[in-house]
Each structure stands twice: as structure tokens, then as C-alpha cells.
Design a binder for this molecule. Structure first.
Ligand SMILES: [Fe+2]
Ligand SMILES: [Fe+2]
Length: 379
């Protein structure tokens, strides 16, 4: 990206922030420090990143406040569902340039496919696809690292003992997800990309919040909901056997995680918090949904391959119309909207905004606590 584009990109992000202020100044103020770190200072592009997380760690010496019985049930299910990453068939030969038989994604899901930028040369297209896999799976890996730490926060900060014990199993699960995705990306793909700015802003905002429910909402409902959809999508299309097996195991864990998030927030938002707080959370979820929608614009691919040939705006238009983006939006919102409705964050007040995004058609689909593994794998 050249300097002019960097400035244009920053101005665009600032315009987004100004619109956010008009929608809800309190939410904009909460997200602003994360936006500055991510979009202007690009702190996510450094190799390491440290942040102070200001939540409270809640001890309870009575051990009586169990919370929902579902927490214990999920805790037991998590025991039974544990798997060992070493048992995956790691000796499988993965060829990221294979576009015929054991491909990671079919050619039609290349975001450039069918456009004037698409090459007639098969070898060029295979190389491009290799980078696209690396970019996508690297974002999953970085999201898993965020989930690992967020799961740790929830153990500390939730008020219920059942939730704290369940959360301990999620920390183990997320550790295993970081293990398998990093191994796959580093050893099989040999393409590790830095974290995307939008994902960085969301992860930063979760860390930066003192409120346990924001960490839950952001990680367990929004990012995990997205991950479940995206993993299901790749599971459905991939012909690469190691990745397929890996995703099936990860999806079986993630199903518990999103179920937990819905269970923890449902009563909290519908019965315990003030209407003002509930409204702010509703707005926070909407803003993060918009950020997540913009998460996979593949700017990194454009900068590497097409920087001189297509403007940033032209690229955005092309990506939004691509098949992979249409599929991605479908899985993202078909997972997210029913969950937001289940926890009381899809009221008549916010519905017109989601309607503008064209995603209300998903509101009567099943929420995460009612989906079977087979339904999740069907994406
Ligand atoms: Fe995970
Ligand atoms: Fe998870």
C-alpha cells in the first residue's frame, strides 16, 4: 500500500468512526481507542502486542452461586469431547498448489475468480490461491489466540461457579485450536499472515473493556459465531483431508462455546441489566457485526498482487460481489442474528439497521444452543 492509499484508508476509517458517533456516542467512545491502535497506529502489525485488561477477578468462597444448570452440563460434555491434536493424520501430504483433486478451496471461491484481474495461467492462479488460504487461515489462528485469552478472562470474571468451571475447559479447547491451526499454517501451508486490522480492533476492544459481558458478547457470540460459520463453510468445500478432519474436531468444540455464550448472556441482558446498558450492548454488537463483515476484504492480497492495477474502492466492490464473500456473509449472519435474538439484542429499535444490511431473513433460524453438530457441519 502506498502513502496516498494509507492516508485514504485512514480517512475512510475516521469517517466510519464519525458515523458510529452519530449512532451511539458512548459505544463510539468505547471503540475509539481500539480503532486508533488498529487503523492508525497499525499496532497489530508488530510481532508482539501487550495490553492491560481492566476487568475484575471475582472470587466466591461460598461456592454456591452455580448459575444455569446448563454450565455443568456443558462442562461434563467438554470432558467427554476432549481430543488429542497429535492423533490427527499429520503425515498427510498437503499440496497448497493443488487445484484439481485435494484442493483446500475450489477455484470458484477465489475472490478474484471471473474478474478481469483473473489470470489465464494456471500456475499463477494456484500461487494466488495459496496466499488466499494463508491469509484466511492465519486470521482464524489469530482469532483462536484471542479466544484463548478471552476464555481465560471469563474464568476470572464471571459471577457463576458453573461458568468458571466450564470456562476452564474452553481454555483447554482454545489452546488446542491454537496448536492445530498454527501447526497446519506453519508446517503445511508455510504462509503465516499478520492479523487483519478489523480483527485486531475487535480483539483490542474486548481486552480493553472492564465489563465481563462485553468480553462474552464480543468473543463467545460475535467472533465465535463467525468462526463457527466460516469453519463450517470451509469444511463443506475442502477436499484436503487433514484440514477437513481438523475442522470437524474444532467445530465440535466451538459448538459448546457459542452455546455457553448464549446461555450466559440470555438472562443477563433480558432480566438483570438496565435498559440503557442493554441498548448500549445492542449498539456495540451492531458496530462489531459491521466490523466483522468487513474483516475479510483481502486487502493484503490486493496489495501483494494487484496494487497497481485496481483502486482500493474498485477492489472493495469486486470483493463484495464475489462468491466467497456472498457465502461468507450468509454464514456469518445466519449464525449471528439468531444468537443476538436469543440473548435479547435484536429488538425493534435495532432491527432497521440490520434490515439495511439485508440480514433479517436469518432471524428465525436456530440459535447456537439448539443446533446439532450435523447442522453445524452442513453450514
Ligand atoms: Fe476456538
Ligand atoms: Fe471457541
Amino acid at each position: 500500500m502506498n502513502l496516498t492509499e494509507q492516508i485514504t484508508g485512514t480517512v475512510d476509517r475516521m469517517e466510519d468512526l464519525a458515523e458510529m458517533v452519530l449512532r451511539n456516542p458512548r459505544v463510539a467512545l468505547e471503540l475509539a481507542p481500539s480503532a486508533v491502535k488498529g487503523y492508525i497506529l497499525h499496532e497489530g502489525k508488530q510481532d508482539t502486542f501487550a495490553i492491560h485488561s481492566p476487568h475484575k477477578t471475582l472470587y466466591d468462597w461460598t461456592y454456591k452461586n452455580e448459575g444455569s444448570p446448563v454450565f455443568r452440563d456443558l462442562y461434563r460434555r467438554a470432558y467427554k469431547g476432549q481430543w488429542n491434536a497429535e492423533d490427527l493424520p499429520w503425515d498427510t501430504q498437503v499440496d497448497p498448489l493443488d487445484m484439481q483433486e485435494r484442493y483446500i478451496l475450489p477455484e470458484k471461491l477465489n475472490p478474484v475468480y471471473g474478474s478481469k484481474l483473473y489470470s489465464n495461467n494456471k500456475a499463477d492462479n494456484a500461487r494466488l490461491m495459496h496466499d488466499i488460504y494463508g491469509f484466511l487461515l492465519s486470521q482464524f489462528l489469530h482469532g483462536e489466540q484471542g479466544a484463548l485469552f478471552a476464555a481465560g478472562f471469563t474464568v476470572e470474571a464471571t459471577p457463576w461457579f458453573g461458568a468458571k468451571l466450564y470456562g476452564a475447559t474452553q481454555v483447554m479447547d482454545e489452546g488446542r485450536h491454537v496448536e492445530v491451526f498454527s501447526k497446519y499454517i506453519i508446517e503445511k501451508l508455510e504462509r503465516l499472515y499478520p492479523i487483519n486490522d478489523n480483527l485486531f480492533v475487535i480483539i483490542h476492544a474486548l481486552n480493553n473493556s472492564p465489563d465481563w459481558d462485553i468480553k462474552f458478547l464480543g468473543m463467545q457470540i460475535m467472533i465465535e459465531g463467525l468462526a463457527l460459520g466460516a469453519f463450517g463453510l470451509i469444511y463443506k468445500f475442502t477436499k484436503e483431508p487433514l484440514l477437513k478432519e481438523l475442522l470437524k474436531l474444532v467445530i465440535s468444540d466451538e459448538a459448546r462455546h457459542v452455546h455457553y455464550g448464549v446461555e450466559a448472556l440470555r438472562d443477563y441482558y433480558t432480566k438483570e441489566v438496565s435498559e440503557k446498558v442493554r441498548r448500549d450492548r445492542e449498539d456495540w454488537a451492531y458496530e462489531v457485526a459491521v466490523l466483522l463483515r468487513n474483516r475479510f476484504m483481502f486487502y493484503e492480497i490486493r496489495d501483494k498482487y494487484y496494487g497497481e492495477r485496481i483502486s482500493r474502492k474498485g477492489w472493495e466492490k469486486m470483493i463484495l460481489e464475489s462468491e466467497i464473500m456472498r457465502e461468507f456473509h450468509r454464514v456469518l449472519f445466519s449464525r449471528l442474528i439468531p444468537n443476538l435474538k436469543a440473548i435479547g439484542l435484536l429488538t425493534d429499535r435495532i432491527r432497521p439497521k440490520y434490515e439495511q444490511l439485508g440480514v433479517l431473513e436469518y432471524e428465525n433460524m436456530k440459535a447456537a444452543d439448539r443446533l446439532s453438530l450435523a447442522e453445524l457441519l452442513a453450514a
